[in-house]
Design a protein around this ligand. Structure first.
Ligand code: NDP
Length: 446
């Protein structure tokens, strides 16, 4: 970082958040893209907006005790960061995964603040979760965990204060159990969570939204470069909520999806991934992706998830988790003449990987812009809940399309305006930041 103010700020952030690598990685990436903003907007430096953005408004850490099926008491650690409320109530998902730490939750909350701003909807940034692993737990265990988690969380959230949703390990089942507990404690039926079931206030197209939105963004990015997904050999990591609907929409756009993964390994299928086989395996039977190869003759299973990027492709869509695509994988993708990488997950590409893509001329869509469709549709769910109405699938999908195209346009325009044309990482950071920054400045030193 060449700018003195920004590099001193980064040092302060490093001192204050020692031992939190994911958070520091996310802050550094954003600050690096702010050099042209700092040069042009000294007023934002003077009002301390950037300094304030590097510190969450507040964070809760709490014990989550629950009883397993054998009557044994288990303990997990729960988190909620209320990162920034300058432009609306805190909004962001809950992640249940053993890798969850304060650092992971803070990085996600920080990114969420910019992402929510990019959607154009009035939502601040938040994130939460627990180091609980829903895998191999019975429904009863998951329910007791979710109820215990909400017994603490409920006092910090509210439809106009903080509205959590799903993320890794938190799908319709977990949201349902948490919503039930919230309602029981507060005696209120409000839109306090999004990603709810359709029968109790959920929005049509919310489950599909992150994956679909990723592809709407990718199509817009490719079209601007004179390319398209039609016939593009595509590799998608993960096989969860984002990956499955990314695959479905990619196939609708004419892409040939040849590989998908889970945390154990990946499958290749030269005839194209068959979602009618994959979805029940992952969604209802909750089995490993290796089962796909056992059921589909043209498929092969490969142990170990990280090697999925060795599969030659034109388009890569990392949709699993943070830092899953490193410099080595990026080098391989570039050598295989992959022409576009779009992040469905949050921060799946390491800084080294992003650098390699930039130098190799690979089109690159950063997650905080390209995966914003999920939270945008959560925003639409909040609107429907407040108005006590529900829109059709087509209405929500149409709004999602418009939002994703607008996010692409505003990231591309900000990149151009601030002298880094074609760099959507910088463009998304700057476009997302400016709205939050103007609001923070207007609201004074709070
Ligand atoms: P899910 O829990 O539904 O799915 C996660 C998937 O990733 C699973 O298939 C999991 O496999 C797999 N996975 C985990 N770690 C790895 C790894 N190291 N390599 C390969 N696969 C791995 O989560 P989501 O699909 O909801 O979320 C995926 C990503 O998208 C996250 O980064 C999340 O923050 C981001 N995101 C999600 C949004 C949403 O609306 N859901 C919105 C915006 C971003 P296994 O089954 O073995 O654990």
């Amino acid at each position: 970082m060449k700018d003195t103010y920004l590099s001193e700020l980064m040092q302060t952030v490093e001192r204050r958040n020692a031992g939190e690598p994911e958070y520091l990685q996310a802050v550094r990436e954003v600050l690096e893209s702010f050099e042209p903003v700092v040069a042009r907007r000294p007023d934002l430096v003077e009002s301390g907006v950037i300094d304030r953005l590097c510190e969450p408004e507040r964070m809760f850490i709490f014990r989550v005790p629950w009883m397993d099926d054998n009557g044994k008491t288990r303990i997990n650690r729960g988190f909620r960061v209320q990162y920034n409320s300058a432009i609306g109530p805190y909004k962001g998902g809950l992640r249940f995964h053993p890798s969850v730490t304060a650092s992971v939750i803070k990085f996600l909350g920080f990114e969420q603040t910019f992402k929510n701003s990019l959607t154009g909807l009035p939502m601040g940034g938040g994130k939460g979760g627990a180091d609980f692993d829903p895998k191999a737990k019975s429904d009863g265990e998951v329910m007791r965990f979710c109820q215990s988690f909400m017994t603490e969380l409920y006092r910090h959230i509210g439809a106009d204060t903080d509205v959590p949703a799903g993320d890794i390990g938190v799908g319709a089942r977990e949201v349902g159990y948490m919503y039930g507990q919230y309602k029981r404690i507060t005696n209120e039926f409000t839109g306090v969570l999004t990603g709810k079931g359709l029968s109790y206030g959920g929005s049509l197209a919310r489950p599909e939204a992150t994956g679909y939105g990723l592809l709407y963004f990718t199509e817009a990015m490719l079209a601007a470069a004179g390319k398209s997904l039609k016939g593009a050999r595509t590799v998608i990591s993960g096989s969860g909520n984002v990956a499955v609907f990314a695959c479905q929409k990619a196939q609708e756009f004419g892409a040939h999806v040849v590989a998908m993964s889970d945390s154990g390994g990946y499958v290749t299928d030269e005839r194209g991934i068959d979602l009618s086989v994959l979805r029940p395996i992952k969604e209802t039977e909750r089995l490993r992706i290796s089962e796909y190869a056992a059921r589909v003759e043209s498929a092969e299973y490969h142990e170990g998830c990280f090697n999925i990027w060795q599969v030659p492709c034109d388009v890569a869509l990392p949709c699993a988790t943070q830092n899953e695509l490193d410099g080595r994988a990026a080098q391989t993708l570039a050598e295989h003449k992959c022409f576009a990488v779009a992040e469905g997950a949050n921060m799946p590409c390491t800084p080294e990987a992003v650098d390699i893509f930039r130098k190799a001329g690979v089109l690159f869509a950063p997650g905080k812009a390209s995966n914003a469709g999920g939270v945008a549709t959560s925003g639409l769910e909040m609107t429907q809940n407040s108005a006590r109405m529900s829109w059709s699938f087509a209405e929500v999908d149409e709004k999602l399309k418009t939002i994703m195209r607008n996010i692409y346009l505003s990231a591309a325009a900000a990149a151009k305006e601030y002298g880094c044309e074609g760099n959507l990482v910088a463009g998304a950071n700057i476009a997302g930041f400016l709205k939050v920054a103007e609001a923070m400045k207007a609201q004074g030193c709070v």
